[in-house]
Structures are given as structure tokens and as C-alpha cells.
Design a protein around this ligand. Structure first.
Ligand code: 3PG
Length: 394
């Protein structure tokens, strides 16, 4: 794909789409990682003398009322602190004030405009990729830098719409996500081990199938492991079960043979509660009146062994109910085991596992933590991402 380094930026009006959809609570940003990850591209374009028009969506905007909580103003302020520079904010998504502000930009200056999804109030123009809107935004700039990997699974006016109208290149973050996630899926250094967790088989079935094709080992933990244990004929008590996925799990286990690695012991609890009484049992002895909420210590040791020598590791999904302290050890153990691997490319496919690694202080020990949630999932499923396809080829 063509990148920001392949084009002349000096004096150009550069439309820069980032995914600055950060979690907020009461108007405060609770995690600024996506803003931090957007910095290299923003700085590069400014350093090259580009005139940056920066924009993003934030949350979903369904009613006029939503606008109050979904303004990008706090994001512009936080970006200003991180850049140590004033970031002028235009509280509109189109119109004269925006056009004038763009017209006044000098080389190496930037502005940010309002949440692209404010356009959804008028007939879903952004999310529906309204042709006129994409064309309008494209008309504000000379070149489009799409650095919004987190949004790459969406075909919206602010990525695909603009990209269909003018020259489109990727930014550093987009390129990094392509190199790591795309690299792992398309041409992994072997052995390639995938560790998949999360509650439901149905959410991850696309990923499971795709990585079973590509990886040397696929470790399965989390809530979805119980459907696989059931498929092996084990009694799983009150553990999470997707009855309608048991046959599928059975056929995957038959096809994959020992490529799939399942838990050997489980932390079972009397109920789904942070303070529930719990103990660790073998997967052959799950009591009928208890439910599995985490993988056990022996399992962590076993998973660790499977990971030894791996050259590529992709992790997606927690191993247990990690928001409850008593059932977080499996996720912590696996996170530490991956973080401590020597000489492996280690990738976290976004979402809960990315949050866990950051909370646990392991963020710096991974080669790459994806900024995408839905986007990394779809990428790992092997699906085409429209926000990526729209970037020009070299
Ligand atoms: C995300 O957080 O996954 C992206 O920013 C996309 O947001 P969306 O799911 O609201 O389209």
C-alpha cells in the first residue's frame, strides 16, 4: 500500500482520518491510547510542511441529545497537550467556518473538525457512506491519509467515501497494523501460535476457522472453551455452553487433531459472582452444580509450554472473567507468558486482551497491541477491510 512517505506533503492540504474514538466518562477521556498512537503520523505530516485537517468519529450519534457527550473537543484538547501545541477545533463537520479555517492553514499547521458521525443525524450520511458527503470532504484537501485502522472494517464517508475521490495513502499506524496483523496471518514466522479466548464461540468462530488454517497451534481458553470440552464428551456443570455450537466444535476438533489445545484444569465457582466460593478442578471433574470461570494453574503451565519456541503469537480474548480478581489469574498468567517470550513477534488483537495487557503493565513487552476492536477481529477472520482496500497501491 502507498504510505505517507510515498507522497509530497509540503504545502498540501492533508485530510488525515484517525480513529480517535476513545473511551470517555463524564466528558473525561479514560484512556488516550488511540490519540497517542495517532501522533507519529500527525507529527510527520506537520514536519513535512503539510496542512493537516484532522478528523474522526466518536461513539455513535443517534439523537440531537447525543451531541453533548460525543463532541471531539476534549480529544482536540488532549491532542494539544500531547503535541504541546494549540489544536484549533472547528465545531462543525462542513460549511463556511470549516472551509475558511482550512483556507487559513499555513504549512505545518493543523486543525481538527467535529465528530464525523454528527452527519448521521441527517440521514446517516457518514455511516451510510453518502456519496455527496465523501465528495465534499475530499474537496477540502489535496490528499487523503487514512490512518484509522480501528475503523477499517467500516465503509463510511470519512474513510471509503473520501478515499474513492482523491489520492489515498496509509499513515504509520495503519501500516503498523497491516505489517503485524496482516503479516501474522499471511506470512507468519513459524511456529505460529494463536491464543483465543472470550465468552462465545459464535463471536470468534470466524477467527478460529481462519487461524486453524494458518497457525501451528491454536490454544482455546475463556468461556468458549467449555463448548469444546463438551464436544469432547466432558461434563461441564453450569459452565457457559453454546448448545448449537457443540457439533461444530466436534468437527473442528476432529479436523484439527492436536493442533487445538484446550484447558486441563478449571477454576469453578458456585455462581457467577466476584465473591463466589471457588476451587480448581481437573476438566474431568467439573461438578454438576458449579461453573468454570477461569483456566487453572496447570493449564497456564501447559499453555506456556506450548508457547515456548513460538516465533509468532497472536492473542485475542481473555481466559476467564478477568474483571473479577478471583478469576483473573488465567488471563494474567497467559499475558505474562506471552510478554516474557524471547525472540517472538507477539501481537494482541485488540479489545479486552489489549486492555488487560495495558492494565497489567505489560504493554511495552508486546511487539504490537492493535488499536482495533472489531477491525482486528475481522482482519484475523481473513475478511477484506474496506478502509484498507481504499488505500492506493504502490
Ligand atoms: C471501534 O472502537 O471499534 C471503532 O472506533 C469503530 O467504532 P464503531 O464500532 O462504533 O463503528
Amino acid at each position: 500500500k502507498k504510505t505517507v512517505e510515498d507522497v509530497e506533503l509540503k504545502g498540501k492540504k492533508v485530510l488525515l482520518r484517525a480513529d480517535l474514538n476513545v473511551p470517555m466518562s463524564d466528558g473525561e477521556i479514560t484512556n488516550d491510547n488511540r490519540i497517542v498512537q495517532a501522533l507519529p503520523t500527525i507529527k510527520y505530516v506537520l514536519d513535512q510542511g503539510g496542512r493537516v485537517i484532522l478528523f474522526s468519529h466518536l461513539g455513535k450519534v443517534k439523537t440531537e441529545e447525543d451531541k453533548k457527550d460525543k463532541t471531539l473537543q476534549p480529544v482536540a484538547e488532549r491532542l494539544g497537550e500531547l503535541l504541546d501545541k494549540d489544536v484549533p477545533f472547528v465545531p462543525h463537520t462542513r460549511g463556511e467556518s470549516l472551509e475558511q479555517a482550512v483556507g487559513k492553514l499555513e504549512d505545518g499547521e493543523l486543525l481538527m473538525f467535529e465528530n464525523t458521525r454528527f452527519e448521521d443525524l441527517d440521514g446517516k450520511k457518514e455511516s451510510g457512506n453518502d456519496a455527496e458527503l465523501g465528495k465534499y470532504w475530499a474537496s477540502l484537501g489535496d490528499i487523503f491519509v487514512n490512518d484509522a485502522f480501528g475503523t477499517a472494517h467500516r465503509s463510511h464517508a470519512s474513510n471509503v467515501g473520501i478515499g474513492s475521490n482523491i489520492e489515498t495513502v496509509s499513515g504509520y499506524l495503519m501500516q503498523k497494523e497491516i505489517d503485524f496483523i496482516g503479516g501474522a496471518i499471511d506470512s507468519p514466522e513459524r511456529p505460529f501460535v494463536a491464543i483465543l479466548g472470550g465468552a462465545k464461540v459464535s463471536d470468534k468462530i470466524g477467527v478460529i476457522k481462519n487461524v486453524l488454517d494458518k497457525a501451528d497451534k491454536v490454544i482455546i481458553g475463556g468461556g468458549m472453551a467449555y463448548t469444546f470440552l463438551k464436544a469432547q464428551g466432558k461434563e461441564i456443570g453450569n459452565s457457559l455452553l453454546e448448545e448449537d455450537k457443540v457439533e461444530l466444535a466436534k468437527s473442528l476438533l476432529e479436523e484439527a487433531g492436536d493442533k487445538i489445545v484446550l484447558p486441563i484444569d478449571i477454576v469453578v465457582a458456585e455462581k457467577f459472582d466476584a465473591n463466589a466460593r471457588h476451587r480448581t478442578v481437573s476438566v474431568d471433574e467439573i461438578p454438576a452444580d458449579m461453573e468454570g470461570l477461569d483456566i487453572g494453574e496447570e493449564t497456564v503451565i501447559n499453555f506456556k509450554e506450548v508457547l515456548q519456541g513460538a516465533r509468532t503469537v497472536v492473542w485475542n480474548g481473555p481466559m476467564g472473567v478477568f474483571e473479577m480478581e478471583n478469576f483473573a489469574k488465567g488471563t494474567i498468567g497467559v499475558c505474562r507468558a506471552i510478554a516474557e517470550l524471547d525472540g517472538a513477534k507477539t501481537i494482541i488483537g485488540g479489545g479486552d486482551s489489549a486492555a488487560a495487557a495495558m492494565d497489567l503493565g505489560y504493554a511495552d513487552d508486546f511487539s504490537h497491541i492493535s488499536t482495533g476492536g472489531g477491525a482486528s477481529l475481522e482482519y484475523l477472520e481473513g475478511k477484506e477491510l474496506p478502509g484498507l482496500t481504499v488505500i492506493d497501491d504502490k
